[in-house]
Ligand binder design. Structure first.
Ligand code: SAM
Length: 354
């Protein structure tokens, strides 16, 4: 399998069969699990790992933007497909000035807004906490022009972040085009669009190696194709994705060269495309302390049980010598986490430059 192997009929546009409503109700109905439940989950370490990847990515690009700014310049961010606000603390830590949050799932947007209000309330009682303004609205980013929903539609942003969600737009060319345009048109030149998406290349590689050629997975995730895969279409390459207790809905392969082309059309130039496995290696040294804290050493194993195998793994990992390639993650979690890639695009002055 290689990326040129896709169907010849470029930009084929299959009819949209209402997957977005399915996706929205799936996320709307998802219960917010408490910390105790999360700790017990079989993908606890993978969720921490994914969060850590997002933190590294966000801080990498915030730093790059800041190096070209003057002191006191605003830092405005769009969190496209924000979910329940899983990245709010990252935005607080990045000391941004304004945040726009949007998601198709109305219930999630409401929860995100409440979380933001909690953060701001806490900040009011602390001299050190950082405060930022924010706005929230629910809408389908593959259908609606987001900029028109901003309080100030002329606002120029520094960063657009779309975490674990962009792939839903690859149902059709029209939807993907709309989502890329939404990311690009509100960015000022020099700004970035960052995303985490499933790696279609890795998915196809595992599918080709699977015994039945239709599905594969392990005890924490499963992927089953509902579309033609010989070869897959550019858009609408649909599969059902199941991730232990968190996701169970249709997703679409993102043909990366096509994404790159669409981005170029809107003045976004590819800056990075890195698999999670490689991004982990790249960031292991400078991000070790954060991963250690996120791995929840203190919270999961408060008594630091010396003979607990998992605790030993984390400890060894944090010392930089895990003896296993996937640190504190189980093999199954590592296999699920390495289905993804990070990518970043820089907004150019004009489409010619991209
Ligand atoms: N970005 C959040 C995070 O990293 O925690 C949430 C990720 S969750 C896996 C995917 C999110 O994408 C869901 O909240 C879902 O409602 C949202 N989503 C999917 N399709 C969307 C669309 N067309 N427009 C807006 N949001 C969408």
């Amino acid at each position: 399998y290689d990326e040129d192997e896709w169907r010849e009929n470029e930009f084929e546009n299959p009819p949209v069969d209402g997957n977005m409503r399915v996706v929205a109700s799936h996320y709307n109905e998802l219960k917010e699990s408490g910390r105790t439940e999360r700790v017990k989950s079989r993908i606890f370490h993978m969720r921490n790992f994914n969060n850590w990847i997002k933190s590294q990515l966000i801080s990498e690009y915030i730093k790059r933007i800041k190096t070209n700014q003057r002191m006191g310049d605003p830092m405005r961010v769009l969190d496209m497909c924000c979910g329940k606000g899983g990245d709010l603390l990252k935005w607080e830590k990045a000391m941004i000035t304004h945040l726009i949050c949007t998601d198709i799932a109305e219930v999630s947007v409401e929860q995100c807004k409440r979380r933001y209000e909690d953060i701001i309330r806490r900040a009011e009682h602390s001299k050190f906490a950082h405060k930022f303004t924010a706005e929230f609205f629910a809408c389908d980013s593959t259908l609606v022009r987001l900029r028109e929903r901003f309080k100030d539609p002329s606002l120029k942003l520094n960063l657009v972040s779309c975490q674990f969600a962009f792939h839903y737009s690859f149902e059709s060319l029209t939807q993907a085009d709309c989502m890329v345009r939404n990311a690009a048109e509100c960015l000022q030149p020099g700004g970035f669009f960052i995303a985490t998406i499933p790696d279609a290349f890795e998915i196809m590689k595992r599918l080709r190696a699977s015994p039945n050629g239709r599905s594969f997975g392990n005890e924490v995730y499963n992927i089953e194709f509902c579309s033609d895969t010989n070869p897959p279409p550019f858009f609408g390459a649909k599969y059902q994705f199941h991730l232990e207790g968190v996701v169970d809905c249709p997703e679409f392969l993102v043909h990366f060269p096509t994404l790159e082309k669409l981005c170029r059309k809107y003045g976004l130039k590819l800056e990075r495309k890195t698999t999670f496995a490689d991004y982990f290696k790249e960031n292991m040294d400078n991000g070790r302390n954060l991963l250690q804290r996120m791995s929840g050493l203190e919270t999961v194993y408060p008594n630091r049980v010396g003979n607990d195998e998992q605790y030993e793994h984390i400890k060894r990992y944090c010392k930089g010598n895990t003896g296993r390639p996937y640190g504190s993650l189980s093999k199954s979690e590592w296999e699920a986490a390495t289905l993804y890639l990070v990518c970043a695009f820089r907004k150019c002055k004009n489409t010619w430059d991209s």
